[in-house]
Design a protein around this ligand. Structure first.
Ligand code: GDP
Ligand code: ZN
Length: 309
């Protein structure tokens, strides 16, 4: 039996690299056991699998190693089935731009909450600093202060002017990384610089096509020359918000969660209760107002979705 890493999945075939760097086209025989996930695909990019060699280039997957994390995409048709996009991600880079296009601050917080729920560390990368006005630069500094105080590493870069790209290069070495962000922020441009062989198409070309269309393209993992991998997830901008209970959301705002045990009521929703430590902290500035507002927005959405179900 061999052990290998799944670099690509087509749904029926899997490209697997064994420990000696050899590539095998593998398929699955029989049923694969999976705990707790009803997914349309049992194996995803980033999975570590055991397989039996059939021939020089082919093998049969027998077993999946336990995942340290994974991200899913819900099926568009409201069924309970979901699609596992990728597994065993060391780090997600959230790319943000404060100009053309401006990333909504809600998008940042929603992404961070989902990543926290998925158990994936996030690094926030502010791109396009070459075109920011003075005001935008001020906002940039406020945001990097805000998020680094919470504990998220932040970098200010310009893919166009090649500013601070080496920092990102060092960060991705030997790791499995994922680049996310709303379209137009520069994900493809950055990935192409980090690994020119990727040749990921930049946004402009396809913008009109992918509106409202659910693409079922599979993610693919690319090996970096300095070691490590980049996962490309075509058509996936963020993680989407996972289905969660409204009282769970606070757990994924680290700075709020840390204070919530001081709330008077153990089941405090931090919305209206007397003796709520979080409301106090918002008032005296320990918790940033925009974070709290986005928390409230997410709780609202969560209730609404539950009502619709
Ligand atoms: P994606 O949708 O996130 O993959 O974004 P793209 O990589 O396709 O980039 C969108 C547009 O932004 C392209 O026209 C890029 O040339 C441009 N762009 C990317 N990075 C920068 C940057 O640092 N500065 C400026 N001024 N433009 C950039
Ligand atoms: Zn509270």
């Amino acid at each position: 039996m061999e052990t290998g890493l799944v670099l690509k999945s087509t749904g029926s075939w899997y490209k697997v690299k064994n420990n000696n760097g050899l590539i095998f086209d593998c398929r699955i025989m029989g049923k694969m056991r999976e705990e707790g996930i009803r997914s349309t695909n049992p194996i995803a990019v980033g999975d570590v699998v055991d397989f039996e060699i059939e021939s020089q280039q082919a093998g049969i997957i027998k077993n999946i190693h336990e995942r340290k994390n994974y991200i899913i995409r819900r099926s568009p048709n409201l069924s309970k089935e979901s699609h596992i996009v990728a597994a065993n991600i060391d780090m997600a880079f959230l790319m943000v731009s404060l100009r053309s296009p401006k990333t909504p601050i809600q998008f940042i917080d929603r992404f961070l909450v989902s990543a926290q729920a998925y158990n994936i560390p996030v690094i926030i990368v502010f791109n396009k600093i070459d075109i920011y006005t003075e005001e935008e630069t001020e906002l940039l500094n406020e945001l990097t202060d805000l998020y680094s105080n919470i504990g998220y590493e932040c970098f200010k870069i310009s893919v166009k002017e090649l500013i601070n790209i080496d920092i990102i290069k060092n960060k991705i070495a030997q790791k499995i990384s994922l680049f996310s962000g709303n379209s137009g922020v520069g994900k493809s441009s950055l990935m192409n610089i980090l690994e020119p062989q990727l040749d990921i198409k930049t946004a402009q070309v396809s913008k009109s096509h992918d509106k409202g269309k659910h693409t079922t393209t599979f993610a693919e993992m690319y090996e970096l020359p300095q070691g490590g991998y980049i996962i490309d997830t075509p058509g996936l901008k963020g993680f989407g918000l996972l289905r969660m209970e409204s009282n769970e959301i606070c757990h994924y705002f680290p700075e709020m969660f840390a204070l919530s045990e001081k709330c008077e009521y153990y089941n405090c929703t931090h919305i209206h209760e007397p003796g709520c430590e979080i409301i106090k902290a918002v008032q005296d500035g320990r918790i940033h107002l925009s974070r709290y507002e986005n928390y409230l927005g997410m709780v609202d959405d969560c209730k609404e979705e539950k009502y619709r179900r």
